[in-house]
Structure formats: structure tokens, C-alpha cells
Ligand binder design. Structure first.
Ligand SMILES: Cc1cc2nc3c(=O)[nH]c(=O)nc-3n(C[C@H](O)[C@H](O)[C@H](O)COP(=O)(O)OP(=O)(O)OC[C@H]3O[C@@H](n4cnc5c(N)ncnc54)[C@H](O)[C@@H]3O)c2cc1C
Length: 507
């Protein structure tokens, strides 16, 4: 950065609007927050988003896979996340995955059919796990439909970038934003920072962290693209029959790109998305963002040619279908909240009295066993009336890899929306919010099962007890020992985490 400084003259900022709950960022967390706040009774919600659509990484970044919603036969992640599935199921080609009632089935045919979607679990016998793949364009439309249904309560502001929280001492009173109309302000009783990069929290005086382990997924960016004109099923069969050629092709593509990538099925067989991991890049730095965008695009023609020449029987007619309109961001800055989720939260599952969501984790870790996400992990320290659900949740440098997943973002977003609505209705701040009331609304009215809540069927807890939470059962131990620990989640299996999240994050 240049060493010179320009001093901006102080200007009066016109107030554009006022509301009870202002949500900044319309990704999976922010969209869910706005919808949940309105459904919890708040009639004066504003949803502000810098782009012209909702969904963030999911719709704009083409992250099409919603994994691990269930553990054995119970679906622990429901609410708005399950609503995506039921709504998109009514639209041809919009979603593919086993429904919740198939969760836990050990039928080998079902496991074979659905293993690549929700993830068949690693601890034998393999079981179907509820999860799904979706079409990003259809979700974009459906997210608008959901907002339109609540148009009497939610005002949507697309193409508006939140740039600064309005702070009165330690209390957040609104947000300054930029748009084609200029610099304006929105005043609000509660602000939900759902920008994914803690954009507002970072400027509010609340502590944040960008510490990340270089081996984690969250230290990598992506620019997802899609390939059409070939059958993913035929490609899978080819890989099984030709493991060595398949490995050579994978390595050749990695060599051209300069990073690892993988073709992953979408809801239909003829278009697949290419996930990629561009290591040690920070999605909040201009140079890394630009390198991710340009570096990926400049190689795409050669990549397609590589697939065609190495495997013409599958890729002869393959073509570049499209490139995601926005950079894929797994993590950057996040809050250091009133509770920091640490790697040991998986090793020793904890009960949280302020639990707002169950989050089932990837099967390689602990056989999809859910952990309890506390309200305090979306509650920034030191500031009032500001909440931070989504991928910038409070977690240490290793744990963040596993709590940035979409189901957690939807779940904490939904909870943040309800918490904001309750704070406004009862006239409390966000630290003193009536958490029991928030839990009752989530579990009793918004289809979110929660532990020890009278609205949640006891069979959820019974299932956890019966299966010893997955992690330290003998079967889980065997699975961990036999599992290829070189995968993306190797830290969990290798180190088991730091134990002291705040200390690790301080670097
Ligand atoms: C390539 C890739 C693959 C992944 N694979 C998976 C997977 O298979 N399964 C899974 O569950 N998860 C996966 N993830 C992680 C997951 O997609 C994200 O963590 C999750 O979608 C984040 O949701 P979010 O709402 O917290 O943030 P985002 O989706 O980033 O949403 C933030 C929203 O805020 C908007 N915004 C940002 N700043 C501002 C501002 N200042 N003012 C106004 N608006 C703003 C953005 O435009 C965006 O719409 C993957 C991520 C990537 C990048």
C-alpha cells in the first residue's frame, strides 16, 4: 500500500431509512435472518445486499452442496435449511438429494444412490445422510420469492454496500452504506452483520480475528466454474475403471491451474461444478481477489482441452457452461464472540444452555454427530445491538473450517433473526436478550429442533444418547484410524485441536 494519506472532509450523511432490524449481507445467513425476524413478528426489517440477488457463496459462488443435515435417522438441521429443500423439490431440476425420511437407512442400494449427495457416513454400516445439491439460479429465484411473501415486513435493498456501523459509545445504532445514490445511513434498533467477513463488526470496536491455519479450507479462495455437455455418472464410471489415468488427469489439471480442483455433481447429470482450493489466499485482500479471478479464468480453456484430450470418451463434447459471478470465499475475518467454538467442542461435545442450533458436521470427523451452537458464538464482545451469524461466527483457527458450512450459516442466521426480533419486542439489548423465548420461537414455531426444549421431540436426544454422539464410540475410533487423514479435515484427526481457542487466535 502507498504510504501517502488523503484526509476525507467530514460530510453530513442523509438518513435513507429507519427500521427495527437491519440485516447487512443477503447470503445464506443474512437471508435466513431477515426471513426469521419477519416470521417472528418483526414488521420493520431491512435486508441490504451489495449484489443484485441473495444467496452469497451458495447462489453467486456456485457452492451447490448442502451436506450433513442428519445423524442416524434424525435430521438435526431443519428450519429454513429444510425449507430450501422442500421448496426446491417442487421445481424440476432444482434439487437432488435423499429426503429426511431416508436418513439413517443402511439399504445398500439407497447408500449407493445417495452417497455422493448428503454423504454416506464412514462408520460401518454406511448410512444415508440427508443433504442435497441445488441449482443456484433456482435458489436465487426462491430466495426472492420468500422475501416477496414477507413484503409487508421486509424491505429489500440490493446494490447497497454497508461500509460503517454507526456507533454511539458501544451501542450500534445503524449503518452507513454506499450505492449509486451516494453515501446514506440506515438507523436501526438491532443490526445483523451477515457480510461473511465481519465488515461491520471489525469497525465497531468488537474484537475480531483473521488467524487461520494454513492447512484449513478457510485459508483458500475459489472461483467455481461449471462444465456442461458430459455425464457425471459416466465420468465416475470411467474413474473407477481407470484409476491411474484418472489420477494423472487430476494431477495434470492441478498442474495447469496451480491448485487442486474437483468436479462435483450438481442436481442434474449433464452439468457439474468445479470446486477449487486456492491456498493461502485472503478473500478480503484486493491482490488475492484479483489473482483468484484472473488466474482461474486465464487457465480455463486449457483445462477444458486437458479433459477432452485425456478422456475423450467422456469429455468429447464438454464445454464451459459458465463461471460463478462472484469469488468463492470460505473465510477471512471473524468475530471473537462471547463464546469461541474450538476444535475440542467436537472432541468433547458440550451442552450449551443458550443453544440456538444443532450443527451436524462432516462424516469424516465424528460420523455426522451434531454439536450445539451457542447464541454467544454469534454475539460479539464489547458491543451492543450487533449480531454476527454465518461464516464469520466466533470459532478458533481450526474449528472455523467446520462451522463455516452452509447449514450452520442458515441456522445461526435464522436464530439471529429471531433473537433480534425478540430483543426489539421486549426492549432489551442483544446481550440481555430473552434466550429462552428465542429458543421457544425457533423450536415451537420455526421447525428448529433444539436440545432440552419442550417443543422438540425427545427422540432427538434419545438418538444422540443411543449412538453415544458418534465420536468416542469404538466404531468411530476405528473409522478415524482407518480414514485417510490427508484430507481437508486432517487437523481434526491429527491434533484434536488446541483446547484454548482465544490463545490460538491471538496470533
Ligand atoms: C468454493 C467453496 C466451496 C464450498 N463448499 C461448501 C460445501 O460443499 N458445503 C457447505 O456447506 N459449505 C461450503 N462452503 C462454505 C459455504 O459456502 C459458506 O461458508 C457459506 O455459504 C457462507 O454463508 P454466509 O451467508 O455466512 O456468507 P456469504 O455467502 O459470503 O454471504 C455474505 C453476503 O453478504 C454480502 N456482503 C458482503 N459484504 C457486504 C457489505 N459490506 N454490504 C452489503 N452486503 C455485503 C455478499 O454479497 C453476500 O451476499 C464452500 C465455500 C466455497 C467458497
Amino acid at each position: 500500500m502507498n504510504a501517502k494519506t488523503y484526509f476525507e472532509p467530514q460530510t453530513a450523511v442523509p438518513v435513507y431509512d429507519e427500521c427495527d432490524v437491519l440485516v447487512v449481507g443477503g447470503g445464506s445467513a443474512g437471508h435466513s435472518a431477515a426471513v426469521a425476524a419477519a416470521r417472528a413478528g418483526c414488521r420493520n426489517v431491512i435486508l441490504m445486499e451489495r449484489y443484485g440477488y441473495c444467496g452469497g457463496d451458495v447462489t453467486g459462488g456456485y457452492v451447490l452442496l448442502i451436506p450433513s443435515l442428519s445423524f442416524h435417522e434424525k435430521t438435526y438441521v431443519r428450519g429454513i435449511q429444510e425449507e430450501w429443500f422442500t421448496r426446491l423439490s417442487k421445481i424440476p431440476g432444482a434439487v437432488r438429494g435423499p429426503s429426511a425420511d431416508l436418513a439413517g437407512s443402511t439399504d445398500p442400494q439407497l447408500v449407493a444412490e445417495w452417497g455422493d449427495v448428503g454423504g454416506a457416513t464412514h462408520i460401518p454400516p454406511a448410512r444415508v445422510c440427508h443433504g442435497f445439491m441445488l441449482d443456484p439460479t433456482q435458489l436465487k429465484i426462491e430466495m426472492d420469492v420468500m422475501l416477496y411473501e414477507l413484503r409487508n415486513s421486509i424491505r429489500v435493498m440490493y446494490h447497497s454496500l454497508g461500509v460503517k456501523p454507526i456507533m454511539e459509545n458501544n451501542v450500534c445504532r445503524g449503518v452507513v452504506f454506499e450505492s449509486k445514490e451516494g453515501r446514506r445511513a440506515i438507523l436501526a434498533k438491532v443490526v445483523i452483520d451477515a457480510t461473511g467477513d465481519a465488515d461491520l463488526c471489525r469497525l465497531s470496536g468488537a474484537p475480531t480475528s483473521s488467524a487461520i491455519d494454513d492447512e484449513c479450507r478457510c485459508s483458500s479462495t475459489a472461483l467455481v466454474y461449471r462444465i456442461g455437455g458430459f455425464s457425471k455418472r459416466a465420468y465416475n464410471e470411467w474413474r473407477e475403471k481407470h484409476p491411474e489415468e484418472s489420477k494423472r488427469l487430476f494431477d495434470a489439471v492441478a498442474e495447469i491451474h496451480g491448485f487442486r480442483s474437483a468436479i462435483i455433481a450438481g442436481p442434474t447429470d449433464d452439468v457439474s461444478w468445479v470446486n477449487n482450493w486456492q491456498p493461502k489466499r485472503d478473500c478480503s485482500k484486493i491482490t488475492d481477489q484479483t489473482a483468484t479471478e484472473m488466474g482461474t479464468r486465464l487457465k480455463l480453456r486449457s483445462i477444458l482441452e486437458q479433459y477432452r484430450s485425456a478422456c475423450p470418451e467422456v469429455f468429447a463434447n464438454a464445454f464451459l457452461y459458465d463461471i460463478a459471478p462472484q469469488l468463492g470465499t470460505r473465510g477471512s475475518h471473524r468475530i471473537v464472540g462471547e463464546y469461541v467454538i474450538g476444535a475440542n467442542d467436537w472432541a468433547f461435545p458440550k451442552e450449551h444452555e443458550d443453544c440456538i442450533a444443532w450443527h451436524c458436521t462432516v462424516d469424516t470427523l465424528n460420523d455426522n454427530a451434531p454439536i450445539e451452537i451457542p447464541y454467544r458464538s454469534i454475539l460479539p464482545q464489547k458491543v451492543e445491538n450487533l449480531l454476527a451469524p454465518g461464516r464469520h461466527i466466533s470459532a478458533d483457527r481450526i474449528a472455523i473450517d467446520n462451522v463455516n458450512l452452509i447449514p450452520q450459516c442458515v441456522g445461526t442466521g435464522q436464530a439471529a433473526g429471531v433473537a433480534a426480533a425478540v430483543a426489539v419486542a421486549e426492549g432489551t439489548g442483544t446481550h440481555a436478550v430473552n434466550v429462552a423465548r428465542v429458543q421457544d420461537i425457533l423450536a415451537g414455531e420455526q421447525d428448529v429442533p433444539l436440545p432440552r426444549n419442550s417443543h422438540t421431540d425427545p427422540s432427538y436426544t434419545e438418538c444422540l444418547v443411543a449412538h453415544e454422539y458418534g465420536l468416542y464410540t469404538a466404531a468411530a475410533k476405528r473409522a478415524r484410524e482407518s480414514h485417510d487423514a490427508a484430507g481437508a479435515y486432517r487437523h481434526w484427526t491429527l491434533s484434536g485441536g488446541s483446547g484454548d481457542a482465544t490463545k490460538t487466535d491471538a496470533e
